[in-house]
Design a protein around this ligand. Structure first.
Ligand code: GMT
Length: 377
């Protein structure tokens, strides 16, 4: 198939999923056209069957807000026509689903019927999408997509709760490339971070409020009071400054490393003993899946779709949002008990295997085929 993929090119789950999906489909012989305003972060090397079309946004002094939506719609019309695409797959409803709808109407007026599949990722429904500033457009574009997928049962449920949805929503979970995310021997690296055999806790996110990064520090502080430990904070975002302040207040700065945005996350996960995800809301928790694939158990909140991934008392532990005492207690239970820790490592990996990209790609292919079939009727 000849497929157009629209996504946010930045660091962040939806862009990662869209890019890895495109690369995976390309390796199975499909032609994949990424249509984004910048080269996606994970699209960083040449690959057969992968094409990149940049959305050029024209600036003009009149525009206080550059009309990216209009530029994207025009680009979609252009790419669909000239590359003869079979299907458009847009990731993150805002504004991509609405823009795809507009492009579809323009193409329709020219005798071209392009199917649009929208994948809902999380905040496009929960935090942002349900806001009155966006809700009517989000609801309309979900109902007017030819196919809609959500990355977890929980997100599907939220979508049906927040909006008046008449369309079917198919759940296709997030996935992982196990050939990249795996436990590797990085002992020299581990020694550099934890020279005295300290336990290594890690957290990866975009440091937005929804991630509750302060809770990560609170949990680490409690853990560190009982066992020697180091904390790796990977990523960057608006909460970073406040976090550094909290580090000082808790007097843990010398044991916390802020590593910023990292490309080789798997190397940092390979030396981690525990992953912390205390999010307020999380449709799935791709970062936790990446940790589990590297055999790192997860202590997390029970928000949204996290329980579909992190199994309580098996691959890690779950606790209510904000309950840092319970999360710290579970972290200590695991880190103090070597047998349990090893068992949880294996169980975390076994659970991650269920989300192997090789199992998920055929689901998307079958879904695309089913949408194309309905278009022929
Ligand atoms: O978590 C973020 O803030 C990034 C966000 C995104 O849209 O890029 O991630 C969302 O999509 C990921 C991929 O489908 C999910 O694994 C994340 O759980 C989801 N984040 C939230 O729901 C907060």
């Amino acid at each position: 198939m000849n497929i157009g993929i629209v996504c946010y090119p930045t660091y962040g789950g939806s862009g990662v999923v869209a890019t890895e999906l495109g690369k995976g489909l390309a390796s199975r012989g499909h032609k994949i056209h990424f249509i984004t305003y910048r080269q996606p972060t994970r699209l960083n090397s040449f690959q057969q069957n992968v094409f990149y079309h940049e959305v050029g946004v024209k600036d003009y002094p009149l525009f206080e807000f550059t009309p990216y939506d209009t530029a994207l719609a025009s680009k979609l019309v252009d790419v669909v026509k000239h590359e003869k695409l079979d299907l458009l797959h847009v990731h993150y409803a805002i504004p991509h689903a609405a823009v795809a709808f507009m492009a579809k109407q323009i193409l329709n007026s020219q005798g071209i019927n392009i199917p649009v599949v929208t994948t809902l990722h999380g905040t496009d429904i929960t935090l942002v999408g349900s806001h009155p500033a966006f809700a009517p457009v989000v609801e309309f574009s979900i109902n007017n997509s030819d196919g809609v997928t959500a990355v977890s049962d929980s997100l599907k449920k939220d979508t049906l709760e927040f909006f008046n949805i008449e369309n079917e929503i198919q759940v296709i979970h997030n996935f992982i490339d196990l050939s990249r995310f795996k436990k590797t021997d990085k002992d020299h690296f581990k020694k550099a971070i934890a020279p005295n055999g300290e336990k290594i806790l890690s957290h990866v996110s975009n440091f937005r409020k929804v991630k509750r990064v302060q809770d990560v520090l609170q949990i680490f502080n409690k853990v560190q009071k009982q066992i020697p430990a180091k904390l790796l904070m990977i990523g960057d975002g608006p909460e970073r400054q406040g976090l550094e302040q909290l580090c000082r207040e808790l007097n843990v700065c010398s044991d916390v490393r802020f590593l910023g945005k990292q490309d080789a996350i798997e190397e940092l996960l390979a030396i981690s003993d525990l992953f912390i995800m205390p999010s307020e809301s999380e449709s799935f928790g791709l970062a936790a899946l990446e940790a589990m694939a590297c055999e790192v158990p997860v202590v997390s909140s029970n928000a949204g779709g996290i329980p579909e991934l992190n199994l309580h008392n098996e691959t890690g532990f779950l606790a209510d949002v904000g309950d840092v005492n319970t999360m710290a207690k579970h972290a200590l239970e695991l880190l103090k008990n070597e047998d349990m820790h090893q068992r949880f490592r294996k169980q975390a990996f076994a659970q991650a295997e269920k989300f192997d990209i090789q199992n998920i790609l055929p689901k998307y292919e079958a879904y695309y085929q089913s949408i194309l079939k309905t278009m022929l009727v």
